[in-house]
Design a protein around this ligand. Structure first.
Ligand code: GLN
Length: 495
């Protein structure tokens, strides 16, 4: 077996048994990165030397009997998490040259538990996008390809496209991501891996570059549901540095993956049968529900009557918060500064922001400032907040009838560069099944469950009650067992 083919749980066992050392495991991943990253562009910054040193230190800790739960596990970190001493770009030119003097809470916890970071993963600029094509550091190639058109350059999804592609191509055993409207679940589905957006507040947002603070949540990517549970166990937990992080105990998510789904009520929202959805996605959805029924769950049709307003609501709330969060990139405090010798302060702001932000980020700032402006606040932002409350209420009512909800993760398989790109609204449609969980603060897991006729992976999404990731993991693991998804991307280490 090639060392990059381990699951995280498998690698932990192999390291414990001394079958492999952390240094060997990390070197295998560094070699995979050297071979593949020039083609895939999944990592913006490769920290090979750091990683090998960290792996040696990890082997020393293990020899002393001090191994943490992720001791020696090579991971990629979305380049939206601040990492002390390692450049953090948020996929934007405006943060060029920014080297954080501190570490995000999530990455601090992963390191505390022994993880080894191999690099910073590419992403859409400030996590705004569904294709990774808005990154100032170039697009990421999806390691999967179409059977009948292998030359087509497929996107990995976004915004955490680099994280998902790195895990699928075996450049890391797992990765961190963030999900504001689907940025973990959609790229996981496009790349044939698992990813979970936990409940809002489950993971600390401290040290994560902010996009839309009431929607942003960190979460893991891995090649199995259980591995996501292993990573989330380390990432989650209360943090006094983030006032929205929840002071709740972190359950044993790994144990939840082995729980039976017998007797669970699984909701199927009527409104999610959207027009024009490809037949293979409807079919996979039906198949997923059958698998759960066979495992003893009860399938219940439910209604989420405000679901159709979720996308327009999201695309008002998210840009509004983004326009406010991004006001801090002014050329004065961090990153890039563009000024002429005769620039006054306003001219410095304007030049810096015009040079530093890409077109999608500028579009969001314009939409955001517009919907928050005095004349339009009531008509757009306030209205969107009211609809958001109704969307959350729909879910609260659903939880009296069901224990989890199963839907497709995305309305299509991975698309090619150039497809969906000329019309931003077409791109926004990608998030139709994912944004509701962010608006309502719910946990959502994407599980690879089948292939489309072109041989591309398709994902199913499991949504749960707030802070009930345990049921989400149980249902996700049951789907994973039934789907027995064994297909592999053409581009991967050890292939
Ligand atoms: N695709 C969505 C957007 O562009 C979601 C992004 C995200 O979750 N960060 O806003």
């Amino acid at each position: 077996m090639h060392p990059t083919d381990f699951t995280i749980a498998g690698a932990v066992a192999a390291l414990e048994e001394g079958v492999i050392s952390a240094e060997e495991l990390t070197r295998a991943h560094v070699a995979a990165i050297e071979a593949l990253n020039p083609k895939i562009n999944a990592l913006i910054t490769v920290t090979a030397e750091h990683a090998i040193e960290a792996a040696k230190a990890s082997d020393t800790r293990r020899a002393r009997g001090e191994a943490g739960p992720l001791e020696g596990i090579p991971l990629a970190v979305k380049d939206l998490f601040c990492t002390e001493g390692v450049p953090t770009t948020a996929g934007s030119k405006i943060l060029e040259g920014f080297v954080p003097p501190y570490e995000s809470t999530v990455t601090t916890r992963l390191k505390r538990d022994g993880a080894v970071f191999v690099g910073k993963a590419n992403l859409d600029e400030f996590a705004m996008g569904s294709s990774n094509l808005t990154s100032a550091y170039g697009g990421v190639l999806n390691p999967w390809s179409r059977r009948n058109d292998p030359q087509a350059r497929l996107v990995p999804g976004g915004s955490s496209g680099g994280s998902a592609a790195a895990v699928a191509a075996r450049m890391a055993l797992g990765a961190t991501g963030t999900d504001t409207g689907g940025s973990i679940r959609q790229p996981a589905a496009f790349c044939g891996i698992a990813g979970i957006k936990p409940t809002y507040g489950r993971c600390s947002r401290f040290g994560i570059v902010a996009f839309a603070s009431s929607l942003d949540q960190a979460g893991p990517f891995a090649r199995t549901v259980e591995d996501c549970a292993v990573l989330l166990r380390s990432m989650a937990g209360h943090d006094p540095k983030d006032s929205t992080s929840a002071d709740k105990p972190v359950p044993d998510f790994v144990a939840s993956c082995g729980q039976s789904v017998k007797g669970l009520r699984i909701g199927v929202p009527r409104e999610y049968h959207i027009d024009g959805m490809p037949a293979e996605i409807e079919k996979l959805w039906r198949q997923g529900l059958e698998w759960l029924r066979d495992a003893g769950a009860e399938i219940v049709e439910i209604s989420l009557p405000h679901a159709e307003y979720a996308l327009p609501t999201y695309y008002i709330v998210a840009p509004a918060e983004a326009s406010s969060n991004l006001a801090r990139y002014d050329g004065v405090r961090f990153g890039k500064r563009v000024a002429e010798s005769n620039s006054d302060l306003r001219d410095l702001y304007e030049r810096t922001r015009a040079a530093g932000f890409g077109p999608e980020v500028r579009r969001r700032i314009m939409i955001g400032t517009y919907v928050l402006s005095a004349g339009y606040y009531d008509a757009y932002y306030l209205k969107a907040q009211k609809v958001r409350a109704l969307i959350a209420r729909d879910f609260r009512e659903a939880w009296s009838k069901v224990d989890a909800i199963v839907t497709p993760a995305t309305p299509s398989a991975a698309f090619a560069e150039g497809e969906n790109s000329d019309d931003p609204l077409q791109m926004y449609l990608n998030d139709v099944f994912t944004v509701t969980a962010n608006l309502a603060g719910l946990p959502g897991l994407s599980v690879p469950a089948g292939l489309d006729p072109q041989g591309l992976p398709l994902g199913l999404q499991v949504l749960g009650r707030p802070f009930d990731e345990e049921t989400v993991f149980a249902v996700g693991a049951a789907l994973e067992r039934a789907a027995d998804f064994k297909a592999l991307p053409g581009m991967r280490a050890g292939a």
